[in-house]
Design a protein around this ligand. Structure first.
Ligand SMILES: Nc1ncnc2c1ncn2[C@@H]1O[C@H](COP(=O)(O)OP(=O)(O)OP(=O)(O)O)[C@@H](O)[C@H]1O
Length: 468
């Protein structure tokens, strides 16, 4: 059965998974601001997570420490350096190795012994995208199942259809040698006739479907659920609709149910919510590798119009040798105007903005990574998460600002900052065409305490110096 289920995941090739699923529609409906070409083009968090998952090429290793908080000092806590030390069922261990995992990742070292311990421990875990969270909770889910009992024992909630499918695929692969474990997607399109009792052991899906099956139609007994996983907890809880559904599902779970919340980020409100609904949790956080502005030479150029901004970019290009560049615009309209202008002047340009499906975004990023285009013009759909080593120049065609038109320092950092892994030197150029943009630039300078120098774009010698 696990195979059959795995087959379903495999049948859904990336193109099927991400295209034609109304994702484009969901981007628009979830994020009103992307509706107009002329309004700020921002990222939808669920789409960003999906994009990150799909484009990731492997594990993000971290040398940073894990921070652990536990309310109950008696709860066991130890870490493992090998998967054998977890005493998994042999076929599960075989599945883990078949996936090419030789040793637990940093977050897995700490999370797994706790997740597998008896009596079960609740956990709230945070670590950045790509550090092995999904693999950790999926392994815990599979380990907890008693396959001799034919009813749902594990629920795993994801914010969207596509993210649920991603998690399901990991579970299917890991359970490859455990055909006795039955898994089922609780997502749109999956129908169970009324009056049927679900016999699968693990349900992975979205809150609406899970509510319908478990709470509204009683297709399984919520009281028998042993493990409840909330994946992408920040995205789940951030959206009011999901938060209500999560609470309603959670209320029907037995007090003995083990809760596992996993997320790349938790803002304060989300963490407060998590701590309310997860009794006595062990909280683990893998400190994230922060971006920094060290190694980045920052400049601003005064311009009077978008045309002058364009000329500024051309002047810079004419004088210094640039590996690859990313240019950030505020709206889709500006992004497409700029790309047309640059293309007609013979630059090889790619555009990545909010109207593209996740599949199209991946294609654009793949081409850019491969160096097929030298310039990537984008909006805030890509402020974070693209570590392209060869990018040497970042241009803020429009300065990042929040909804109150104030400096958005965090976005600025994500746009131009580098992590230690990609710590090569870079150049950032801010194009300033209004007093508001100037104000934002000064606020950013003050915020980071790092000088942003004026660059005279007419002066080739000066431009040459920045490339040196
Ligand atoms: N122990 C491991 N050894 C090698 N590769 C691993 C290990 N654990 C996970 N991976 C791989 O690393 C990548 C990232 O893992 P995973 O998807 O579990 O991260 P994540 O933290 O859940 O990311 P996200 O926040 O985007 O969901 C995947 O390709 C996964 O197959």
């Amino acid at each position: 059965m696990a195979n059959q289920w795995g087959q379903k995941a495999e049948e859904l090739e990336i193109s099927n998974k991400v295209a034609g699923l109304g994702l484009n529609k969901s981007i628009k409906s979830l994020n009103q601001t992307t509706d107009s070409e002329e309004s700020a083009d921002n990222a939808n968090p669920a789409d960003t997570s999906l994009l990150m998952k799909i484009i990731r090429q492997g594990l993000v290793e971290s040398k940073l420490d894990i921070e652990i908080q536990r309310k109950d000092p008696n709860s066991p806590l130890y870490s493992v350096k090998t998967f054998e030390a977890l005493h998994l069922k042999p076929n599960l261990l075989k599945g883990v190795y078949a996936m090419g995992f030789n040793a637990p990742s940093k977050i897995q070292e700490t999370a797994l012994p706790t997740l597998l311990a008896d009596p079960p421990q609740n956990m709230i875990a945070q670590s950045q995208s790509g550090t092995g969270k999904t693999a950790a909770f999926v392994l815990a889910m599979l380990s907890r199942v008693d396959p001799t009992k034919n009813y749902p024992q594990v629920l795993c909630l994801s914010p969207t259809y596509e993210l649920a499918i991603q998690t399901g695929e990991v579970a299917a692969k890991m359970a490859k040698f455990c055909p006795e474990i039955k898994l089922k997607y609780a997502v749109r399109g999956e129908e169970v006739p009324r009056g049927t009792k679900i016999t699968d052991h693990i349900l992975i899906g979205t809150p609406g479907k899970m509510m319908d099956w478990g709470v509204r139609f009683g297709m399984f007994d919520m009281n028998k659920i042993k493990v409840f996983v909330l994946d992408e907890a920040d995205v789940m809880i951030d959206r009011q609709g999901h938060q209500d559904q999560c609470i309603r599902i959670h209320k029907c779970l037995p007090t003995t149910c083990q809760m596992m919340f996993f997320s790349a980020t938790y803002d304060t409100a989300v963490m407060e919510f998590a701590e309310i609904i997860v009794p006595n949790p062990i909280i683990i956080r893998l400190l994230r590798e922060e971006e920094s502005l060290d190694n980045i030479k920052q400049y601003y150029v005064k311009c009077k119009s978008p045309e002058e901004k364009y000329t500024a970019i051309c002047n810079i290009y004419g004088v210094i040798t640039i590996g690859q560049a990313i240019i950030f615009c505020h709206t889709r309209k500006t992004a497409s105007w700029l790309s047309e202008k640059m293309s007609s002047d013979g630059h090889s340009v790619a555009v990545l903005s909010g109207e593209l499906t996740v599949e199209q975004r991946i294609a654009v990023l793949d081409r850019f990574r491969a160096g097929l285009e030298k310039v990537l013009i984008t909006t805030n759909v890509l402020s974070r998460g693209i570590d392209v080593e060869q990018v040497t120049l970042v241009v803020n065609f429009d300065m990042p600002m929040d909804l109150d038109r104030k400096a958005d320092c965090e976005t600025y950092l994500h746009r131009i900052g580098r992590t230690g892994r990609f710590g090569k030197a870079g150049i950032a150029i801010n194009l300033i065409d209004s007093s508001l943009a100037m104000q934002i630039c000064s606020d950013i300078e003050a915020h980071f305490g790092k000088k942003i120098q004026l660059l005279d774009i007419e002066d080739a010698e000066e431009i040459e110096k920045i490339g040196a």
